[in-house]
Design a protein around this ligand. Structure first.
Ligand code: FAD
Length: 544
């Protein structure tokens, strides 16, 4: 009998009797505290970015009930995480760890296996364990958001320390880095900037990586490698451990910054622009990740819905976009380059002059004078993000459709004009055929070019949702045929993406599976994450 009346029949993991499952949940509740274990028996509420659900994907692309948790548990310490892991091994119950569950566009907080127990680390494990103002480092738990870290640095009066933030500041510093997330200061590659992990393994041991393995060390956050194999990598985008602590380098205030915006009129300008960007970015004259945006997203960033611009069916017509851009303060344009240079005036001016000279080689290129833009303009949000101040302005484009949802196509290419153009043409072909709208952003980390193609849909429209999933699948396949692979993907697309990394008879996945079976013999941790299935799930119809 349920302990209390249920408003929704909770999903239960396959392979365990419903009654047995609830007895096991009672046991967990006794161990972690009744108030720290919640059964997912309420109607599913999608919330919004600042109040994301931890029971399912708030932007579900298939039926919401497909990827739901049976229950959510809130540990307060590494010790409690170990207890949860031991419990899961005893009953063979799948766990799905999240830090804050704001992984929108990639599956949110949803587990890949219906009925898994979500381990929501963020709610009670949210301490900033250290900020070292001399070394410029920090050590955080999973529930520390960019906002929280930013505020704490301010509160402590460390004026010389910056953080690096992604487009939205509500995510977890640790969770974002584990999924290879990115931001926009020179410290934008979050994984590259980490130093040291504490991990609970799927069998319940606690490991500290790098210098953290040396008792009494004072170097955990300053030297990531320690001694011996560098194992940190296997805990990112994986299901080999639950990360309970993570260290990061923090960027010192560079002594000033200046953001700039250039516009490029024609679709084909992308090729020349990317050729110009490559040497400048590799040489770090372009100081932060290059951000080349398609103008349609600029319309959406106004915060107005699509219907304010166009009421017709099908993909948004490019002529309409040009028409609106003519009237926009940025002027007629297809591509916009948002960038920032850092350092005292005399240092950044040298770089800004080179950038100006090079960018203006593209016929029709224009520099937008920031002084002409009102304080509410999106440019100022980019300026904040690029100087390490968390912001939420970027959410505006999600409201393009009522009940907006999005799913990302994120392939990686070399920073070459021909590759950028090829990806652009491919994306355009598919989105035009699907009748959906895409917001495209080419981001150059250092040597590589990421296309972040966000397909936006109305979450309440099943046809749009299934179209979006279908177009993603076609894009992944065509990209792979042309030699491009995704750096990150939605939960439901993980098997397909993992399948494209198939060199030498799937040698990489064979290796990943060997690791999985060795580290997680009972297959309890995030089965299916990144396409890695434990032995007891493999070949039983889970892979899609
Ligand atoms: P979580 O959702 O908590 O974690 C992400 C995943 O990592 C989890 O699903 C889980 O599989 C794994 N994980 C998390 N914690 C642990 C743990 N402790 N142990 C083991 N595994 C764990 N992302 C960017 O990177 N850059 C951007 O600029 C960006 N812009 C965005 C703009 C918009 C408008 C939107 C809607 C999203 C954007 N995102 C961006 C995507 C996303 O919102 C962020 O990456 C966000 O930080 C991820 O959510 P989170 O930090 O709460 O991580």
């Amino acid at each position: 009998k349920p302990l209390r009346p249920r408003q929704r029949l909770p999903a239960v993991p396959q392979g365990i009797e419903r009654s047995q499952f609830f007895l096991a949940i009672d046991e967990l509740s006794r161990e972690i505290g009744n108030e720290n274990v919640e059964i997912n028996d309420k109607p599913l509420d999608d919330g919004w970015y600042m109040e994301p659900p931890n029971t399912h994907d708030g932007m579900a692309i298939t039926d919401e009930e497909d990827l739901v948790a049976s229950a959510v548990v809130y540990p307060a310490s590494t010790d409690e995480v170990q207890k949860i892991v031991h419990w899961a091994n005893k009953y063979l119950i799948p766990l799905h760890p999240i830090s804050m569950g704001r992984n929108f566009g990639y599956g949110g907080a949803a587990p890949r296996v219906r009925g898994a127990v979500v381990v929501d680390l963020g709610k009670r494990m949210n301490r900033i364990l250290d900020i070292n103002p001399e070394d410029c480092t920090c050590l955080v738990e999973p529930g520390v958001s960019y906002y929280a870290l930013y505020e704490e640095i301010k509160r402590r009066g460390y004026k010389h320390l910056w953080i690096d933030v992604p487009d939205l500041g509500g995510g977890s510093v640790l969770g974002n880095a584990l999924d290879h997330g990115v931001g926009y200061t020179p410290y934008g590659d979050h994984w590259a900037m980490h130093s040291g992990l504490e991990v609970v393994t799927p069998t319940g041991e606690v490991v500290r990586t790098g210098m953290g393995a040396l008792p009494g060390n004072n170097t955990w956050q300053v030297f990531p490698y320690g001694f011996g194999p560098f194992i940190d990598g296997i805990f990112s985008q994986s299901n080999y451990g639950i990360v309970t602590k993570m260290g990061f380098g923090l960027m010192p205030d560079p002594g000033g910054h200046e953001s700039f915006l250039y516009t490029f009129e024609k679709e084909g300008d992308l090729e020349q622009l990317v050729e110009i960007v490559r040497p400048l970015r590799i040489a770090m004259i372009l100081d932060n990740a290059a951000n080349i945006r398609h103008a349609l997203q600029i319309l959406a960033l106004s915060g107005k819905p699509r219907t304010a611009f166009y009421k017709g069916e099908g993909a948004f017509p490019s002529e309409k976009m040009s028409e609106y851009m003519k009237a926009h303060p940025y002027g007629e344009s297809t591509w916009l380059y948002f960038g920032t240079c850092y350092g005292p005036k005399e240092i950044r001016q040298l770089k800004l002059d080179i950038i100006h000279r090079e960018f203006m080689k593209v016929p029709g290129a224009r520099r937008v004078d920031p002084a002409t833009l009102p304080p509410s303009d999106y440019f100022w949000s980019r300026d904040k993000i690029s100087s390490g101040e968390p912001d939420l302005e970027e959410l505006a484009w999600v409201n393009w459709w009522p009940n907006g949802g999005h799913v990302a196509f994120s392939p990686v290419a070399p920073t070459r004009g021909v590759d950028a153009l090829r990806l652009w043409q491919m994306a355009k072909k598919h989105w035009t055929a699907s009748g959906l709208d895409f917001f495209l952003d080419f981001v150059v980390g250092l040597r590589e070019l990421h296309l972040i193609g966000e397909c936006v849909y109305d979450r309440d429209d099943p046809k749009q949702r299934s179209n979006a999933l279908e177009v993603m699948r076609s894009l992944i396949d065509e990209a792979a045929q042309k030699g491009y692979g995704e750096y990150r993907t939605h939960l439901l697309l993980s098997d397909q993406v993992a399948g494209t990394y198939s060199w030498n008879n799937n040698a990489l996945m064979n290796f990943n599976e060997k690791l999985k079976d060795c580290l997680d013999p009972n297959g309890i941790l995030a089965p299916g994450r990144s396409g890695i299935w434990p032995a007891r799930y493999r070949g039983r119809g889970w892979e899609i």
